[in-house]
Design a binder for this molecule. Structure first.
Ligand SMILES: [Zn+2]
Length: 229
Protein backbone atom coordinates (compact mmCIF):
# COMPACT_ATOMS: atom_id res chain seq x y z
CA UNK A 1 0.00 0.00 0.00
CA UNK A 2 1.32 3.38 -0.97
CA UNK A 3 -0.18 6.69 0.11
CA UNK A 4 -1.07 9.08 -2.69
CA UNK A 5 0.38 12.50 -2.02
CA UNK A 6 -2.42 15.09 -2.41
CA UNK A 7 -0.15 16.91 -4.86
CA UNK A 8 -0.60 13.93 -7.21
CA UNK A 9 -4.37 14.25 -7.34
CA UNK A 10 -5.36 16.12 -10.50
CA UNK A 11 -9.05 16.50 -9.75
CA UNK A 12 -11.63 15.67 -7.10
CA UNK A 13 -15.30 14.86 -6.87
CA UNK A 14 -17.52 15.42 -3.88
CA UNK A 15 -18.62 12.36 -1.91
CA UNK A 16 -20.79 13.22 1.09
CA UNK A 17 -18.72 15.52 3.27
CA UNK A 18 -15.41 14.74 1.68
CA UNK A 19 -13.70 15.23 -1.63
CA UNK A 20 -12.42 12.05 -3.20
CA UNK A 21 -9.93 11.88 -6.06
CA UNK A 22 -11.31 11.66 -9.58
CA UNK A 23 -8.00 11.48 -11.37
CA UNK A 24 -4.65 10.55 -9.87
CA UNK A 25 -1.14 10.80 -11.25
CA UNK A 26 0.75 7.77 -10.02
CA UNK A 27 3.22 5.08 -10.86
CA UNK A 28 1.38 1.97 -12.08
CA UNK A 29 2.04 -0.97 -9.70
CA UNK A 30 2.08 -3.33 -12.71
CA UNK A 31 4.10 -1.63 -15.44
CA UNK A 32 5.83 1.00 -13.23
CA UNK A 33 5.06 3.80 -15.68
CA UNK A 34 3.78 7.05 -14.18
CA UNK A 35 0.37 7.65 -15.62
CA UNK A 36 -3.05 9.13 -14.92
CA UNK A 37 -5.64 6.87 -13.30
CA UNK A 38 -9.30 7.82 -13.63
CA UNK A 39 -11.14 6.64 -10.55
CA UNK A 40 -14.07 4.42 -11.36
CA UNK A 41 -17.35 5.87 -10.11
CA UNK A 42 -18.61 2.35 -9.62
CA UNK A 43 -17.11 1.78 -6.19
CA UNK A 44 -17.78 -0.37 -3.18
CA UNK A 45 -18.26 1.74 -0.10
CA UNK A 46 -18.28 0.88 3.57
CA UNK A 47 -18.59 2.91 6.76
CA UNK A 48 -14.96 3.97 6.69
CA UNK A 49 -13.94 4.03 3.11
CA UNK A 50 -14.21 3.14 -0.52
CA UNK A 51 -12.53 0.43 -2.53
CA UNK A 52 -12.40 1.04 -6.23
CA UNK A 53 -10.46 0.05 -9.30
CA UNK A 54 -8.95 1.84 -12.22
CA UNK A 55 -7.15 0.55 -15.29
CA UNK A 56 -3.75 1.77 -16.29
CA UNK A 57 -3.98 3.56 -19.67
CA UNK A 58 -0.58 2.09 -20.58
CA UNK A 59 -0.70 -1.61 -19.64
CA UNK A 60 -4.51 -1.82 -19.26
CA UNK A 61 -4.18 -3.77 -16.02
CA UNK A 62 -6.50 -3.01 -13.16
CA UNK A 63 -5.28 -1.36 -9.96
CA UNK A 64 -7.05 -1.05 -6.63
CA UNK A 65 -7.42 2.24 -4.79
CA UNK A 66 -8.53 2.60 -1.19
CA UNK A 67 -10.01 5.92 -0.19
CA UNK A 68 -10.59 6.67 3.49
CA UNK A 69 -13.75 8.71 3.81
CA UNK A 70 -14.08 8.68 7.57
CA UNK A 71 -11.01 8.90 9.83
CA UNK A 72 -10.52 12.52 10.76
CA UNK A 73 -12.08 13.75 7.57
CA UNK A 74 -15.52 14.75 8.77
CA UNK A 75 -14.88 18.42 8.19
CA UNK A 76 -16.46 20.02 5.18
CA UNK A 77 -14.20 20.23 2.16
CA UNK A 78 -11.61 17.76 3.44
CA UNK A 79 -9.73 15.61 0.98
CA UNK A 80 -9.94 11.91 1.67
CA UNK A 81 -6.72 10.03 2.34
CA UNK A 82 -6.06 7.78 -0.65
CA UNK A 83 -3.90 4.70 -1.06
CA UNK A 84 -2.90 2.64 -4.06
CA UNK A 85 -2.56 -1.10 -3.65
CA UNK A 86 1.05 -1.69 -4.56
CA UNK A 87 2.46 -4.87 -3.06
CA UNK A 88 6.03 -4.14 -4.12
CA UNK A 89 6.04 -0.64 -2.70
CA UNK A 90 5.04 -1.85 0.73
CA UNK A 91 7.49 -4.72 0.62
CA UNK A 92 10.68 -3.05 -0.32
CA UNK A 93 12.72 0.05 -0.25
CA UNK A 94 13.83 -0.66 -3.77
CA UNK A 95 10.84 1.08 -5.31
CA UNK A 96 11.51 4.24 -3.35
CA UNK A 97 15.25 4.37 -3.87
CA UNK A 98 14.98 4.07 -7.63
CA UNK A 99 13.32 7.44 -7.80
CA UNK A 100 15.95 9.15 -5.65
CA UNK A 101 18.76 11.11 -7.27
CA UNK A 102 22.40 10.06 -6.93
CA UNK A 103 21.95 6.37 -6.30
CA UNK A 104 24.36 4.30 -8.40
CA UNK A 105 22.56 1.98 -10.81
CA UNK A 106 24.83 -0.95 -9.98
CA UNK A 107 23.90 -0.56 -6.31
CA UNK A 108 20.19 -0.74 -7.16
CA UNK A 109 20.81 -3.83 -9.31
CA UNK A 110 22.84 -5.56 -6.58
CA UNK A 111 20.28 -4.71 -3.91
CA UNK A 112 17.43 -5.97 -6.09
CA UNK A 113 19.30 -9.26 -6.70
CA UNK A 114 19.96 -9.62 -2.96
CA UNK A 115 16.24 -9.23 -2.24
CA UNK A 116 15.31 -11.73 -4.97
CA UNK A 117 17.73 -14.46 -3.90
CA UNK A 118 16.72 -13.95 -0.27
CA UNK A 119 13.06 -14.44 -1.21
CA UNK A 120 13.89 -17.70 -2.94
CA UNK A 121 15.95 -18.78 0.09
CA UNK A 122 19.22 -19.07 -1.80
CA UNK A 123 21.39 -18.44 1.23
CA UNK A 124 24.86 -18.43 -0.33
CA UNK A 125 23.68 -16.21 -3.16
CA UNK A 126 22.16 -13.84 -0.60
CA UNK A 127 25.49 -13.68 1.22
CA UNK A 128 27.33 -12.94 -2.03
CA UNK A 129 24.86 -10.27 -3.15
CA UNK A 130 24.71 -8.64 0.28
CA UNK A 131 28.49 -8.29 0.29
CA UNK A 132 28.27 -6.76 -3.17
CA UNK A 133 25.69 -4.22 -1.95
CA UNK A 134 27.91 -3.16 0.97
CA UNK A 135 30.94 -2.93 -1.36
CA UNK A 136 28.97 -0.89 -3.86
CA UNK A 137 27.84 1.59 -1.18
CA UNK A 138 31.37 1.99 0.13
CA UNK A 139 32.90 2.33 -3.33
CA UNK A 140 30.38 5.02 -4.21
CA UNK A 141 31.47 7.23 -1.32
CA UNK A 142 35.12 6.27 -0.83
CA UNK A 143 36.06 5.93 -4.53
CA UNK A 144 39.85 5.19 -4.78
CA UNK A 145 40.17 4.89 -1.01
CA UNK A 146 38.01 1.77 -0.98
CA UNK A 147 40.53 -0.20 -3.05
CA UNK A 148 42.19 -3.12 -1.29
CA UNK A 149 40.75 -2.19 2.10
CA UNK A 150 38.74 -4.60 4.26
CA UNK A 151 35.06 -3.71 4.69
CA UNK A 152 35.53 -2.94 8.39
CA UNK A 153 38.24 -0.38 7.60
CA UNK A 154 36.12 1.17 4.86
CA UNK A 155 33.12 1.52 7.18
CA UNK A 156 35.34 3.09 9.82
CA UNK A 157 36.30 5.94 7.49
CA UNK A 158 32.95 6.21 5.66
CA UNK A 159 31.59 9.10 7.81
CA UNK A 160 34.56 11.23 6.72
CA UNK A 161 33.37 10.91 3.13
CA UNK A 162 29.61 11.31 3.52
CA UNK A 163 28.09 14.59 4.53
CA UNK A 164 25.72 13.21 7.14
CA UNK A 165 24.95 16.69 8.44
CA UNK A 166 23.87 18.09 5.06
CA UNK A 167 20.23 16.93 5.04
CA UNK A 168 19.67 18.62 8.40
CA UNK A 169 21.66 21.76 7.63
CA UNK A 170 19.75 22.25 4.39
CA UNK A 171 16.57 22.47 6.46
CA UNK A 172 18.02 25.41 8.32
CA UNK A 173 17.86 27.36 5.03
CA UNK A 174 14.27 26.34 4.48
CA UNK A 175 13.31 27.69 7.90
CA UNK A 176 15.15 31.02 7.81
CA UNK A 177 13.20 33.93 9.29
CA UNK A 178 12.26 35.44 5.92
CA UNK A 179 11.46 32.17 4.16
CA UNK A 180 7.94 31.45 2.89
CA UNK A 181 7.75 28.29 4.96
CA UNK A 182 8.79 30.01 8.16
CA UNK A 183 6.19 32.74 7.61
CA UNK A 184 3.57 30.02 7.29
CA UNK A 185 4.78 28.31 10.46
CA UNK A 186 4.55 31.63 12.31
CA UNK A 187 1.02 32.04 10.87
CA UNK A 188 2.04 35.27 9.12
CA UNK A 189 0.79 33.73 5.90
CA UNK A 190 -1.63 30.92 5.18
CA UNK A 191 -0.65 27.36 4.39
CA UNK A 192 -2.62 25.40 1.80
CA UNK A 193 -3.45 21.72 2.08
CA UNK A 194 -0.75 20.61 -0.32
CA UNK A 195 1.90 22.47 1.68
CA UNK A 196 0.67 20.99 4.96
CA UNK A 197 1.00 17.54 3.37
CA UNK A 198 4.57 18.29 2.34
CA UNK A 199 5.23 19.62 5.83
CA UNK A 200 3.95 16.40 7.40
CA UNK A 201 6.17 14.42 4.99
CA UNK A 202 9.08 16.55 6.15
CA UNK A 203 8.32 15.82 9.83
CA UNK A 204 8.33 12.13 8.99
CA UNK A 205 11.66 12.47 7.15
CA UNK A 206 13.35 14.28 10.05
CA UNK A 207 12.09 11.76 12.61
CA UNK A 208 13.20 8.88 10.40
CA UNK A 209 16.65 10.35 9.88
CA UNK A 210 17.33 11.21 13.51
CA UNK A 211 15.45 8.51 15.42
CA UNK A 212 14.01 5.69 13.31
CA UNK A 213 17.01 4.78 11.16
CA UNK A 214 19.70 4.97 13.88
CA UNK A 215 17.34 2.99 16.14
CA UNK A 216 16.69 0.34 13.48
CA UNK A 217 20.41 -0.07 12.76
CA UNK A 218 21.06 -0.51 16.49
CA UNK A 219 18.29 -3.09 16.89
CA UNK A 220 19.48 -5.15 13.89
CA UNK A 221 23.08 -4.81 15.01
CA UNK A 222 22.15 -6.14 18.47
CA UNK A 223 20.20 -9.05 16.98
CA UNK A 224 23.17 -10.04 14.84
CA UNK A 225 25.57 -9.74 17.79
CA UNK A 226 23.25 -11.84 19.95
CA UNK A 227 22.94 -14.51 17.29
CA UNK A 228 26.70 -15.10 17.25
CA UNK A 229 27.17 -15.05 21.01
ZN1 LIG B 1 0.41 -0.04 -16.10
Amino acid sequence: MRRINPGSVNSYIRYGNVKIPKSIQSECPQCRITTEFMINANFQSSKNGIVTESSCPTCKKSTVFIIMTKDGHEEQGEHADTYIYDVQASKHLINHIESLPNIPKDLIRAYRSAINVHQTRENSATAVMSKRVIESILKHFLKEKSKGQPLSQQLEILPNHVDLAKPIQSLSQLLQAESSLNKMLELESEMDYETTSLLVDLLENIIEYLFVLPGKIEVTHNKITKKFN
